[in-house]
Write a protein that binds this ligand. Structure first.
Ligand SMILES: Cc1cc2nc3c(=O)[nH]c(=O)nc-3n(C[C@H](O)[C@H](O)[C@H](O)COP(=O)(O)OP(=O)(O)OC[C@H]3O[C@@H](n4cnc5c(N)ncnc54)[C@H](O)[C@@H]3O)c2cc1C
Ligand SMILES: *[C@@H]1O[C@H](CO)[C@@H](O)[C@H](O)[C@H]1NC(C)=O
Ligand SMILES: *[C@@H]1O[C@H](CO)[C@@H](O)[C@H](O)[C@H]1NC(C)=O
Ligand SMILES: *[C@@H]1O[C@H](CO)[C@@H](O)[C@H](O)[C@H]1NC(C)=O
Ligand SMILES: *[C@@H]1O[C@H](CO)[C@@H](O)[C@H](O)[C@H]1NC(C)=O
Ligand SMILES: *[C@@H]1O[C@H](CO)[C@@H](O)[C@H](O)[C@H]1NC(C)=O
Ligand SMILES: *[C@@H]1O[C@H](CO)[C@@H](O)[C@H](O)[C@H]1NC(C)=O
Ligand SMILES: *[C@@H]1O[C@H](CO)[C@@H](O)[C@H](O)[C@H]1NC(C)=O
Ligand SMILES: *[C@@H]1O[C@H](CO)[C@@H](O)[C@H](O)[C@H]1NC(C)=O
Ligand SMILES: *[C@@H]1O[C@H](CO)[C@@H](O)[C@H](O)[C@H]1NC(C)=O
Ligand SMILES: *[C@@H]1O[C@H](CO)[C@@H](O)[C@H](O)[C@H]1NC(C)=O
Ligand SMILES: *[C@@H]1O[C@H](CO)[C@@H](O)[C@H](O)[C@H]1NC(C)=O
Length: 535
């Protein structure tokens, strides 16, 4: 049974939302902002700005909202959305917003789990980078320039359109934006061989808090370091990244194999924890644990999804030696081009045309709350049995068609053990066996459903504490989670920042605050989980 991760075929009817009318101070700062940008007098600028009265405003706003929890009238709306096509308009937006006291939320793909790229509790505008979407592949130098508003799917497609021998290490969902994804680390099935997206970035073009354009040479190594994993939105607006393409064989192999509790996932998952992080780095074997009902009986399904940089004939002997319990057969293994594996990982049937990677609307928003954890020690079998119980408690028999929950475990090791923690702000390197993503989604309207589901997920997260990293309990920045830091919704205190900062960046947090103090001392680029400037 295929299990699409980043889209579903439900057609959800999303009603037009009512807009709160702007207050006097909002409208005057907006007027001055628009004036500053020459709105009304410069046709190119005017076409790039959507204010609330513009009929296209709602469409543009909603086009990249990927979490339905934030598609409701209570979510505060921006006073304007700027969708620039030229870099000087990005500069102008930064300068004019700053001069008029408007906060800027930068949005590329809009996949932020907490919606921080398009919602705020203060008067704000969205700077939407989706028109910056060019991708230039240079096979000769094995590099590419990718603009921040392009998607991962577009990048994979354009690489494949030029070469079958290259790929890039980044995530599984084709609609994810380059802008946010790279700046939070970015991982996918090439991680154990080549590291993260940020480990393969060579240069960056970005607009700083003063409105100046920089490349790596002019921004300096501190800012270049910070953007590669520290969350660019605290530091600058990224326009484009220069990346190092990585080599992949002409044909690679994937498999997917599921087992129910009765078929013994306790033993399998116990073994997986020892095999997946240590097997050679051509492999990436993920396991997905899902509560489900089979013929009315509740169980947990473990699905092993594997990727191998090579042919089936080479894969099978290695697996039968290291992980014979999987019972992997020829028939389970599918050979394909690397680009086709990106569709496989996203849940599409084998044979789906690669043009699907260019479709930005394959994904219909659901209500979501996700969290993350890192595991450093093998979880014993008795504890796995406790985890199955907690997992099953997430799913009510009556809700099977309305909610979905899974624990997605992605193995580390390989190249991740070799790259030093200080190389980039992303600190979760050697010593981690795997990353868990808790993904909870539901289709019901209503605050109570969301409220109750989020409460349930937090309870499970508390229950997982004994098995995961401590001091700090680490989290993955790209799996943004507002639970882990501030108690205040409208401002970031330095004490709160230290809490989420250490969870996301460990001791690299301190260097991030220093970089921030030097490049944005007045804290213009600010949001709920931004890096505060501390000298
Ligand atoms: C379905 C799905 C699957 C995913 N799979 C993976 C995966 O396999 N691996 C993985 O690592 N992550 C994965 N993620 C997480 C994803 O990488 C992050 O949500 C990422 O931040 C999304 O980037 P975006 O540009 O789409 O989001 P946005 O919401 O646009 O931005 C996210 C953050 O980055 C900032 N930002 C965006 N663009 C810029 C810019 N140009 N300059 C400065 N700041 C910017 C925003 O302000 C915000 O803080 C997945 C997410 C989803 C929804
Ligand atoms: C939560 O994770 C799942 C699985 O990766 C993903 O499909 C979903 O989009 C994530 N939630 C949000 C809010 O993006
Ligand atoms: C805005 O405030 C509300 C209520 O305090 C809170 O629920 C919400 O998460 C806040 N929004 C953001 C983006 O933090
Ligand atoms: C793929 O490459 C071919 C020629 O090399 C080109 O004609 C085509 O337009 C490309 N496709 C896209 C979507 O760029
Ligand atoms: C479901 O559970 C009942 C009672 O334990 C058992 O009799 C039945 O065989 C189970 N069904 C399946 C498909 O396992
Ligand atoms: C693997 O195959 C063997 C022999 O066919 C069988 O006994 C065993 O139960 C299988 N294991 C799993 C996990 O299916
Ligand atoms: C993109 O995918 C959606 C959902 O499958 C589909 O309705 C739409 O027609 C596709 N768009 C294009 C341009 O193929
Ligand atoms: C879930 O959907 C299936 C198929 O439509 C249906 O048979 C079943 O009764 C539904 N279950 C519940 C609890 O709604
Ligand atoms: C929904 O939550 C409100 C409080 O937020 C409570 O008064 C109400 O009883 C709840 N409704 C249900 C059906 O649980
Ligand atoms: C948030 O509030 C709770 C209870 O009020 C407290 O225990 C916790 O330490 C606070 N967290 C932060 C980050 O201040
Ligand atoms: C932020 O919220 C607190 C209460 O949580 C309130 O006292 C304070 O005035 C608010 N600050 C701003 C700038 O809105
Ligand atoms: C980065 O974080 C790691 C892990 O906490 C720490 O050992 C290292 O000193 C930090 N590097 C810098 C430059 O702050």
């Amino acid at each position: 049974m295929l299990n699409p991760k980043c889209f579903n075929f439900l057609t959800l009817f999303i009603s037009l939302l009512s807009l709160p009318s702007p207050t006097i101070s909002q409208s005057s700062s907006l007027t001055n902002f628009l004036h500053c940008l020459h709105y009304g007098s410069d046709p190119i600028v005017s076409q790039s700005i959507y204010i609330a009265s513009n009929p296209a405003f709602q469409t543009i706003l909603q086009a990249r909202i990927k979490n339905r929890r934030f598609l409701n009238p209570e979510t505060l709306k921006p006073v304007a959305i700027v969708v620039p096509t030229r870099i000087d308009h990005v500069q102008g937006t930064v300068i004019c917003a700053k001069d008029n006291g408007l906060q800027v939320r930068i949005r590329s793909g809009g996949h932020d789990y907490e919606g921080l790229s398009y919602r705020s509790n203060v008067t704000f505008i969205i700077l939407d980078m989706s028109n910056f979407r060019s991708i230039d592949i240079d096979v000769k130098t094995e590099t590419a320039w990718v603009q921040s508003g392009a998607t991962l799917g577009e990048l994979y497609y354009h690489i494949a359109n030029k070469t079958n021998m290259h790929g890039f290490p980044s995530g599984v969902c084709p609609t994810v934006g380059i802008g946010g994804h790279f700046s939070g680390g970015g991982y996918g099935n090439l991680m154990r061989k080549y590291g993260l997206s940020v480990d393969n970035i060579l240069d960056i073009i970005a607009v700083d808090a003063l409105g100046n354009v920089h490349d790596r040479a002019s921004m300096g190594e501190d800012l270049f370091w910070a953007i590669r994993g520290g969350g660019a939105a605290s530091f600058a607006v990224v326009v484009s990244y220069k990346i190092k393409l990585v080599r992949v064989p002409n044909k690679v192999t994937v498999f997917r194999k599921g087992f129910t509790l009765e078929q013994g996932p306790t033993d399998l998952v116990h073994k997986w924890q020892q095999v997946a992080p240590n097997i050679n780095e051509e492999f990436f074997i993920k396991v997905k644990l899902e509560p489900s009902f089979i013929n009315g009986n509740q169980t947990v399904t473990a699905t092993f999804i594997g990727f191998f940089l090579g042919r089936r004939e080479k894969l099978l002997p290695i697996i039968s030696k290291t992980f014979p319990e999987l019972n992997l057969t020829q028939q389970d293994c599918h050979e394909m081009r690397w680009v086709e594996t990106t569709l496989f990982w996203a849940g599409f049937p084998i044979g789906t045309p690669i043009e699907t990677l260019l479709n930005r609307t394959i994904w219909t928003p659901l209500f979501f709350k996700n969290k993350s954890d890192y595991v450093k020690n093998v979880i014993p079998k008795e504890s796995l049995n406790k985890i199955w119980k907690m997992t099953m408690a997430m799913m009510n028999r009556n809700d099977i068609n309305k909610t979905r929950f899974d624990l997605e475990c992605s193995p580390y090791g390989g190249k991740m053990n070799v790259i030093p923690e200080s190389n980039t702000p992303f600190p979760h390197r050697k010593g981690n066996l795997f990353l868990i993503q808790y993904a909870f989604s539901w289709t019901d309207e209503g605050n109570n459903v969301s409220f109750n589901n989020i409460k349930k997920l937090r309870k499970l997260y508390d229950g997982m504490a004994p098995y995961v990293s401590k001091d700090p309990r680490e989290c993955f920045l790209n799996y943004r989670d507002l639970d882990i830091g501030s108690n205040r919704s409208n401002e970031t205190s330095f004490d709160d920042a230290k809490i989420y900062g250490r969870k996301y960046f460990k001791d690299n947090y301190t260097r991030l605050t220093k970089v921030k103090a030097s490049v944005d001392p007045n804290n213009f680029f600010k949001y709920e989980q931004s890096i505060p400037p501390i000298k």
